[in-house]
Design a protein around this ligand. Structure first.
Ligand SMILES: [Zn+2]
Ligand SMILES: [Zn+2]
Length: 334
């Protein structure tokens, strides 16, 4: 069977309307906290510094030794991450004056996001080998895996059990977002520098904001090329490229939904559905730290009927995971 090319029909003038059953928010062009979170994390060097910081690196020379970059580049990066409010610079010696970099709350709270990315990478991107690292929860004394649960009832969150609704007045015009800086991260080398890392591998799948926005819409039930194009205001070549990559990576599957003429839609695979944890954890972080406390969407959990926050907890004791209570075993030698 010949597949139709991925380009949209030329005659299309207006965007198809959202299907009413899909629980769609009224506007998808809102400022999206997930996209902005991805923007921060998908910058490879920022990611690497944050990752090493979670591994306990604090001092300039140590960062430089781990990452093997020039002093100037590292100084710029640390300055940028401090300006973003993710790290704070603290003096630890006065004579001579010396500083170290520690997480500010905003940065430390990226930990649950990192854990969900780690879990995805461990499950789907390690091939035959065992995951690079095992997490140990000091609080309960067990090796653990992160779970994303409803803050109200504690049940693990899955996409079809979550209802989204718009919050009137929240968000802002997408033209304020600098979309042009959006580039795919396509080479694993810089991200896996120093150590093998499931989070880095997941970020590679994620690639860029567009990929994440397509996934976000997939979680909202948007499956068709034209709908995606119209909602995201994305260039057709970028949309075609990202859909092809997501299909290649087994995140989406292209399915025939109409025979004559042949039409296809993109559905999430089991692997794709497992992106829900990272997605919703990023949404929470972005809403809290990047949206000025004004989330553009409210989430309601169908299982308990309540508005909720997604929490990343230990699958053994169900306590929220905090980097200060975690230890890890490396399955590799540095
Ligand atoms: Zn619930
Ligand atoms: Zn635990």
């Amino acid at each position: 069977m010949e597949e139709k090319p991925l380009t949209p029909p030329r005659s299309t003038q207006s965007a198809p309307r959202a299907r009413p059953e899909a629980d769609l928010p009224a506007s998808f062009q809102r400022f999206c906290s997930v996209a902005r979170t991805v923007e921060i994390l998908s910058d490879p060097w920022s990611f690497l510094v944050l990752r090493e910081c979670f591994f306990g690196t604090r001092r300039f020379e140590k960062f430089q030794g781990m990452l093997g970059i020039s002093r100037t580049t590292l100084a710029k990066l640390l300055k940028k991450l401090s300006a973003l409010g993710l790290l704070r610079k603290e003096q630890y010696s006065w004579r001579p004056p010396r500083f170290e970099y520690r997480f500010a709350d905003k940065g430390r709270e990226l930990y649950p996001v990192m854990l969900t990315l780690l879990k995805f990478g461990d499950k789907w991107l390690c091939g035959e080998s065992s995951p690079p690292l095992r997490l140990f929860h000091k609080e309960c004394g067990y090796y653990c895996s992160p779970l994303v649960v409803c803050s109200h009832c504690g049940i693990e969150l899955i996409p079809r059990r979550v209802h989204y609704r718009d919050v009137p007045g929240a968000g802002s015009n997408p033209r304020e977002v600098n979309w042009t800086r959006c580039r795919r991260v396509s080479h694993p080398a810089p991200l896996e520098r120093v150590r093998p890392c499931s989070v880095a591998r997941t970020l590679l799948v994620l690639g860029d904001k567009w990929t994440f926005l397509i996934l976000r819409d997939a979680f909202f039930g948007i499956r068709r090329y034209e709908e995606l194009r119209a909602r995201l205001g994305i260039a057709t070549n970028i949309l075609t490229d990202r859909l092809a990559r997501l299909t290649e990576q087994g995140i989406l599957v292209k399915m025939l939904y109409q025979e004559n003429p042949e039409r296809f839609e993109y559905r999430l695979t089991e692997k794709g559905k497992d992106f829900y944890g990272p997605f919703i954890a990023m949404m929470r972080w972005g809403d809290k730290w990047l949206a000025g406390g004004k989330p553009s969407l409210k989430l309601r959990h169908r299982d308990c009927g309540q508005d909720f926050q997604p929490l990343v907890v230990c699958d053994h004791c169900y306590q929220e995971l905090d980097p200060r209570q975690m230890d890890f075993t490396l399955n590799y030698v540095l």
